[in-house]
Design a protein around this ligand. Structure first.
Ligand SMILES: NC(=O)c1ccc[n+]([C@@H]2O[C@H](COP(=O)([O-])OP(=O)(O)OC[C@H]3O[C@@H](n4cnc5c(N)ncnc54)[C@H](O)[C@@H]3O)[C@@H](O)[C@H]2O)c1
Length: 255
């Protein structure tokens, strides 16, 4: 998964945060199908355990680690567990996230807690996982990180102030780490999905969903609509790409 090297004799180890649901889970299934070893990290241990149990019916290459990405101690312990089990790390997908909506769209209604949660999970969580992953990847000969941002990072919608700021931060962090980690053979890219049908939809208003859907020229897919792009960014075929933020939104931001 790093630039310029091929290691046909070993399987890549990829950690996927938010792996218990939605995009993270779909990415994990895709990577398992491609023969990689996958560690799912998620705060929702019940959902995580159920998914790992289901996936283990088809492969023994998957494990789950309970982890709150917004807590540095929890993230440290989770990546220590990945290292203890596999002794290496080649890929990281930061998909853990929460959509925090301000239903009135008025800034004075954004609570301290809503602001803090949106930043803590979406932005700080991404930072904390990258901070643990980069040295492990460097010691493995290099690696690739894919941060799941959002079109919200690029195109604003009312009622998503904190989420928009956090996802904008994820794209900026991606560029910063791409530059600072290149010499360590670690690439860092972001994807910016538009609307994707996942359980996260329950966190947003029906009116918001309808409005986004109406503004999306292509049919809104499930998470399978984005896994190919994430897998490409993890793969050596994207070895000259780092610091990119790739939009995948069915044309939503094209007009
Ligand atoms: N679904 C969309 O339309 C859409 C669009 C753009 C971006 N995204 C982004 O995609 C990513 C994945 O979202 P999804 O749609 O798959 O949602 P989802 O709710 O199905 O999955 C998110 C997962 O993250 C986990 N999670 C939440 N907080 C966590 C924490 N603190 N620590 C560890 N795990 C935590 C949840 O338990 C859940 O399993 C998110 O970052 C989201 O912002 C989603």
């Amino acid at each position: 998964m790093n630039a310029g090297q091929t290691r046909p004799d070993h399987h890549h180890v990829v950690a996927v945060t938010g792996g218990g649901s939605g995009i993270g889970l779909a990415v994990a299934e895709y990577l398992l199908g491609a023969g990689h070893k996958v560690v799912l990290l998620d705060r929702n241990v019940e959902a995580l355990d159920a998914q790992v149990e289901r996936l283990r019916e088809g492969t023994d290459q998957v494990t789950g680690v309970g982890c709150d990405v917004s807590d540095s101690g929890s993230v440290g312990a989770a990546f220590d567990a990945v290292h203890a089990r596999h002794g290496r790390l080649d890929g990281l997908v930061n998909s853990a996230g929460v959509a925090v909506m301000n239903h009135s769209g008025r800034i004075e209604d954004v609570s301290d807690q809503a602001w803090a949660t949106a930043l803590a999970v979406n932005l700080t969580g991404t930072f904390l996982c990258c901070r643990m992953a980069v040295p492990l990847m460097e010691a493995s000969g290099g690696g690739s990180i894919v941060n799941v941002a959002s079109t919200a990072a690029l195109v604003a919608e009312p009622g998503l102030e904190a989420y928009t700021a956090a996802k904008g931060g994820v794209v900026a962090l991606t560029r910063s780490l791409a530059v600072s980690c290149a010499q360590r053979q670690v690439r860092v890219n972001a994807v910016c999905p538009g609307l994707i049908r996942t359980p996260m939809l329950h966190q947003v208003d029906q009116a918001f969903w309808d409005q986004m859907k109406a503004a999306t020229p292509l049919e809104v897919p499930g998470p399978e609509g984005i896994v190919g792009l994430v897998a490409y960014l993890l793969d050596e075929s994207s070895s000259y790409m780092t610091g990119s933020a790739l939009v995948i939104d069915g044309g939503f931001s094209a007009h």
